[in-house]
Design a protein around this ligand. Structure first.
Ligand SMILES: Cc1ncc(COP(=O)(O)O)c(C=O)c1O
Length: 515
C-alpha cells in the first residue's frame, strides 16, 4: 500500500473536557461587540495532531496501484454526503422533496447576474492564440489583468507584477501543486484547525504531504479575545510537537477569511504569524479565496498583500480564486468576489520565481483553456460592472440571507459563531448530542441527511469538539426557509438534550446567544 515515511500518527487528544458553554455565550456573535468572559487557563492535553490521512484505509483494489487505491478510497469515504446529494438534488419544480444542500460552500445568489454578463457578446473571442498551447503560467493578458485586479482589491502598497502571477484551474489544484513542489513525500504543513477539510486531500493525493493540525478550541483563555483563536504560542507548540515526532514541517497554511470560522486576521496577527514562519524558515501559503466575502461593515479585512513589508517574501505565497463570493465593505468599495466554482479559476501570487516556475510546470495538467482565460480577463477588467452592478446586488442578497439564517437560529436557541465573513455559519449543536462523541455527531449529521438537509459536520474540519456543524447560508431564502424548520427536528422530537452543570461544561439552556 501507499505508505508514508512517518512515525506515530499522533492521534490528537480532544480538548472537549475544558469547553464551557459560558465562554461560548459571551463572545462576539455575528461580529457584534461583546465581552468575552474567560475561564482560568486550562491547557488541553495536546494542542496539535499529526495527520495520517490513510489511518482508516481499507479498500485495496486489484486493478489499481497502491496509490490508486488510496486515491479511490478518499473518494469513497470522504464524499458520501456530496454524492448522496447529487443523486437526489432538490429542485423547486422537478424534485421538490430532494436534498437541500447547506453543506457546499458556494454562493448561489447571483447566477442570474453572472449568466447575463458572461453571455454578452464581448465574452466570446476565438483567435488562433487562444486555441493553441498557451504560456503555461497563463496568457500574459490575463496575468496582467490579475495583477491589476489584486493590486486594487488587495490594496497592495506597490503595483503587483504579472510575472509573479500564475493562473490555473482553482485553489484545490494550487494546494496540490504547492505541496508537491515544496515538500518531500511525508513532510508536512501546519494548519490551524478547524479548517476547510478538503485541503487534507489536496496536499496528499499527489504530493503525499501531511497536515499538522494546530488545534483551536471554543473556550477563550489567557489573553485570547475570541473562541478558536490562533496564537503564535499554539503554532510554536504544534511545530515543536511535530518536530519531536520526527515530522519535518515545511510550511504553514493560513486561510483568511477562515473557513469554517469566518475569522479575519488583523494585520498585527498576520505579521506575527509571518514572523513565526520566518523564524523557522517555513513557507506560508495564504488562502484568500474569501477575501471579498467580508459582508459585515465593522470587520476590517487586510490581505497579506496589503502589508508594507512581508517578513519573508520568498516564502510567502498568496492564493485567490473566483469560486467564492462576498462583499468588500471594509475597503469602502462595495465589491464582491465571484460565485463561479464551476468555472475553475485560481491564481497564485508569489515573488519566488522558482516556486512560480515549478507551479507553472504543473499547469500543463491544471491549466485553463484559452477561451476561459479570455473571459476571465474580460470579467476582471470590467470594473464598472463589478462595482456598480454585481457587487451591490450580490452584497444585498448575501446580507439578507445571512440575516435571515441568523435570526432563525437565534429563534431556535441555537448558538452559533459568525464573524461577518465567508458564507457559512459555524453552528454549535453540541447540546443535541446525547454523548459528546464523533459517533453521535455523525448520527446527527445522518439524521439531517435523512430529513433531506445536507450539512457539514465538524469532524470533517478536524474540529476537536464534537457537535459543531457548518451551515452555508448563501442560497435563495425560499430554500433556506424549507430547511431551517428541519433544524427543529432533533430538538423537539426524540433526541435527548444533555444538560450538565458547570463542571460538565454543557448547558441545555441555550438562549439564542451566538458564538
Ligand atoms: C478556503 C478554501 N480554499 C480553497 C477552496 C477550493 O477552491 P477552488 O474551488 O478554487 O478549488 C475552497 C472551497 O470551498 C475553500 O473554502
Amino acid at each position: 500500500m501507499f505508505t508514508l515515511p512517518q512515525k506515530d500518527s499522533g492521534t490528537p487528544t480532544t480538548s472537549l473536557g475544558s469547553v464551557s458553554q459560558q465562554g461560548l455565550h459571551s463572545n462576539h456573535g455575528d461580529g457584534l461587540e461583546g465581552e468575552c468572559s474567560r475561564k482560568p487557563d486550562q491547557k488541553p492535553l495536546k494542542l496539535y495532531g499529526v495527520g495520517d490521512p490513510t489511518a482508516m484505509f481499507s479498500s485495496d483494489s486489484p486493478y489499481l496501484s497502491s496509490r490508486g487505491s488510496v486515491i479511490k478510497w478518499f473518494w469513497d469515504s470522504a464524499e458520501e454526503g456530496y454524492r448522496t446529494y447529487h443523486m437526489d438534488e432538490y429542485d423547486e419544480d422537478k424534485n421538490p422533496s430532494g436534498i437541500i444542500n447547506l453543506g457546499t460552500s458556494e454562493n448561489k445568489l447571483c447566477f442570474d447576474l453572472l449568466s447575463r454578463r458572461l453571455s454578452q457578446s464581448d465574452m466570446l473571442r476565438v483567435e488562433p492564440s487562444l486555441l493553441q498551447y498557451p504560456d503555461w503560467r497563463g496568457h500574459l493578458f490575463l496575468r496582467e489583468e490579475v495583477a491589476r485586479f489584486l493590486s486594487f482589491y488587495c490594496r497592495s502598497p506597490t503595483p503587483l507584477k504579472p510575472e509573479n502571477v500564475v493562473v490555473l484551474n482553482g485553489c484545490a489544484s494550487l494546494f496540490s501543486a504547492l505541496a508537491t513542489i515544496l515538500c518531500e513525500a511525508g513532510e508536512a504543513f501546519l494548519i490551524p484547525a478547524p479548517y476547510y477539510g478538503a485541503i487534507t486531500q489536496h496536499v496528499y493525493l499527489y504530493g503525499n504531504v501531511r497536515l499538522v493540525c494546530v488545534y483551536l478550541d471554543s473556550e477563550v483563555t489567557g489573553l485570547e479575545t475570541r473562541p478558536f483563536q490562533l496564537t503564535v504560542e499554539k503554532l510554536e507548540m504544534a511545530l515543536e510537537g511535530a518536530n519531536s515526532e520526527g515530522v519535518k514541517v515545511k510550511g504553514l497554511i493560513l486561510i483568511n477569511p477562515q473557513n469554517p470560522l469566518g475569522d479575519v486576521y488583523s494585520p498585527g496577527e498576520l505579521q506575527e504569524y509571518l514572523e513565526f514562519a520566518k523564524r523557522h524558515e517555513l513557507h506560508v501559503m495564504v488562502d484568500e479565496v474569501y477575501m471579498l466575502s467580508v459582508f459585515e461593515e465593522s470587520v476590517g479585512y487586510h490581505s497579506v498583500l496589503s502589508l508594507e513589508r512581508l517578513p519573508d517574501p520568498q516564502r510567502t505565497h498568496v492564493m485567490w480564486a473566483t469560486s467564492k463570493v462576498g462583499s468588500w465593505l471594509a475597503l469602502g468599495v462595495l465589491g464582491e468576489d465571484f460565485g463561479m466554482s464551476g468555472l475553475r479559476f485560481g491564481t497564485l501570487y508569489t515573488e519566488n520565481q522558482d516556486v512560480a516556475t515549478a507551479v507553472s510546470s504543473l499547469c500543463r495538467y491544471h491549466g485553463l483553456s484559452g477561451l476561459v482565460q479570455y473571459q476571465m480577463a474580460q470579467l476582471l477588467r470590467d470594473r464598472d460592472w463589478i462595482n456598480q452592478v454585481y457587487l451591490p446586488e450580490n452584497h444585498a442578497r448575501l446580507k439578507a440571507a445571512h440575516i435571515y439564517v441568523s435570526e432563525e437560529l437565534r429563534a431556535l436557541g441555537i448558538p452559533f459563531l459568525s464573524r461577518g465573513a465567508g458564507f457559512f455559519i459555524w453552528v454549535d449543536l453540541r447540546k443535541y448530542l446525547p454523548a459528546a462523541t464523533f459517533e453521535e455527531e455523525m448520527l446527527l449529521w445522518r439524521r439531517f441527511l435523512d430529513n433531506k438537509v445536507l450539512l457539514s459536520f465538524g469532524q470533517a474540519f478536524e474540529c476537536k469538539e464534537p457537535g459543531w456543524f457548518r451551515l452555508v447560508f448563501s442560497d435563495k431564502t425560499h430554500r433556506l426557509r424549507l430547511e431551517l424548520p428541519l433544524l427543529l427536528i432533533p430538538n423537539q422530537s426524540d433526541l435527548a438534550v444533555t444538560v450538565l452543570g458547570d463542571d460538565g461544561a454543557l448547558n441545555g439552556g441555550c438562549n439564542g446567544d451566538k458564538l
